[in-house]
Design a protein around this ligand. Structure first.
Ligand SMILES: NC(=O)c1ccc[n+]([C@@H]2O[C@H](COP(=O)([O-])OP(=O)(O)OC[C@H]3O[C@@H](n4cnc5c(N)ncnc54)[C@H](OP(=O)(O)O)[C@@H]3O)[C@@H](O)[C@H]2O)c1
Length: 381
């Protein structure tokens, strides 16, 4: 229902209000190029690992870095799509290295990491890691039909969007620490506001409820995406604190709505492609997080300033009232906000370092989740 309302409102606003384009959008590469005369070699000698390069935002970031001359390790589950990507972009100045990795399976992720480490070689380094691959369990009508349990027993959305990225980050950190101005970018979402972090706390069963793949619970599944997007920001901030002496910056971003394959096929996907940012626009916050010198570890960067400019919504979302009736109020308000965002985002498109949800700054929750995740991943670390 929200999706249809969002598309309707977006249609009205697209026609009614003039859109804003930041002046440097057409030279997005300038964010990385720092004014250098030949952008095609500006990232020569730099290397990046990007998950989910076979579609949408990950593909657009990979293309952008390749066109600036970087070496890009593209981690994706489909070998066929990786081959198609390599052929389609073989004209770019950088070097593309396909790496097969099914992110719902820690054994497959481990093989992908080992392939990257072997290829980088003794004495080598990495400069960028973009933890981008992700998906949504789907709309309310599909939720209870799904089998969300992975081989490891954890929820598939939790594993793909969050846990596998913790594994990749931990294993690649020593190589990143040898890079120059290295950064880890977490592709999160404004949907992290849906989660009040309750399901990310380690419960009596010894795991966070959000991680439990066998819980056939409607609310847990409905909030799975928001929980993982909050977990990603908490992960970046836990690392910022735990690795205080490191040269690596851990930054989270929200691309706002982007016309990709994340929405199910049909009206929603078509609507996204028509009204939301293109993937090339949607990567603006990620490119800023990767290359702007003023970015600090722990920052949250977005393509639209809307949520920070809606103090009433923010006050309701963070009020006692919202936390008492937690899920229903927050879920509906975040959906409503997302609807407005979809309609409005093109009008304040830009680069904004902004506040994320109050829970995303909760060090106790972040540290506990980080410690639990590392212990759950122990066999693969
Ligand atoms: N689009 C938006 O409006 C929006 C807004 C906020 C945040 N985001 C975030 O942006 C990120 C990228 O999404 P997108 O919009 O670009 O969607 P997308 O077009 O569906 O791309 C998602 C990517 O993740 C990969 N992926 C999904 N499940 C995987 C698995 N089990 N193992 C390995 N790779 C897997 C997909 O691989 P396949 O190509 O094989 O399917 C694809 O490459 C996600 O983390 C999403 O949460 C998107």
């Amino acid at each position: 229902m929200w999706a249809v309302a969002a598309l309707g409102l977006a249609l009205v606003l697209q026609v009614a209000v003039q859109q804003h384009q930041p002046t440097d959008l057409n030279t997005l590469a300038a964010v990385a190029a720092f004014g250098k005369s030949d952008p095609t070699t500006v990232l020569a000698g730099k290397s990046a690992v990007i998950t989910g390069t076979t579609s949408g935002i990950g593909e657009a970031i990979a293309v952008s870095l390749l066109s600036l001359g970087a070496t890009v390790y593209g981690v994706a589950r489909s070998e066929t799509k990786l081959k198609a990507f390599a052929i389609a972009h073989s004209n770019l100045s950088g070097s593309f290295k396909p790496v097969v990795g099914e992110l719902s399976d820690f054994d497959s992720v481990t093989r992908a990491i080992n392939d990257i480490i072997a290829d980088v070689g003794e004495g080598g380094s990495l400069d960028y890691l973009v933890n981008n691959a992700g998906f949504h369990h789907g709309g309310p009508f599909q939720l209870m039909k799904l089998d969300t349990t992975t081989k490891s027993g954890f929820d598939s959305c939790f594993v793909v969007n969050y846990m596998s990225h913790v594994l990749i980050t931990e294993r690649l950190l020593p190589l990143l620490e040898k890079g120059s101005d290295p950064r880890v970018v977490q592709v999160s979402s404004s949907y992290h506001w849906q989660s009040n972090a309750a399901m990310l706390k380690v419960g009596a069963a010894g795991i966070p409820f959000a991680a439990d793949g066998s819980a056939r619970d409607f609310t847990q599944r409905r909030l799975a995406y928001g929980n993982t997007k909050l977990a990603q920001i908490l992960h970046a901030r836990a690392l910022t604190k735990a690795k205080a002496g490191t040269n690596v910056k851990f930054v989270s971003i929200c691309p706002a709505w982007v016309g990709t394959s994340i929405a199910p096929e049909g009206l929603m996907r078509a609507g996204l492609k028509a009204f939301a940012f293109t993937p090339e626009q949607g990567i603006y916050s990620a490119m800023s997080a990767l290359f702007r010198p003023e970015i600090r570890s722990g920052d949250f960067v977005a393509n639209s300033n809307l949520i920070a400019s809606l103090p009433i919504l923010k006050r309701i979302l963070t009020s006692q009232f919202a936390s008492v009736t937690a899920t229903e109020v927050r879920t509906s308000l975040t959906d409503a906000f997302a609807m407005v965002l979809m309609a409005y985002q093109k009008h304040d498109f830009g680069y904004y370092v902004q506040e994320s949800s109050p829970e995303s700054y909760d060090e106790a929750v972040g540290d506990e989740l980080h410690a639990w995740t590392l212990s759950a991943l122990k066999p693969w670390l």
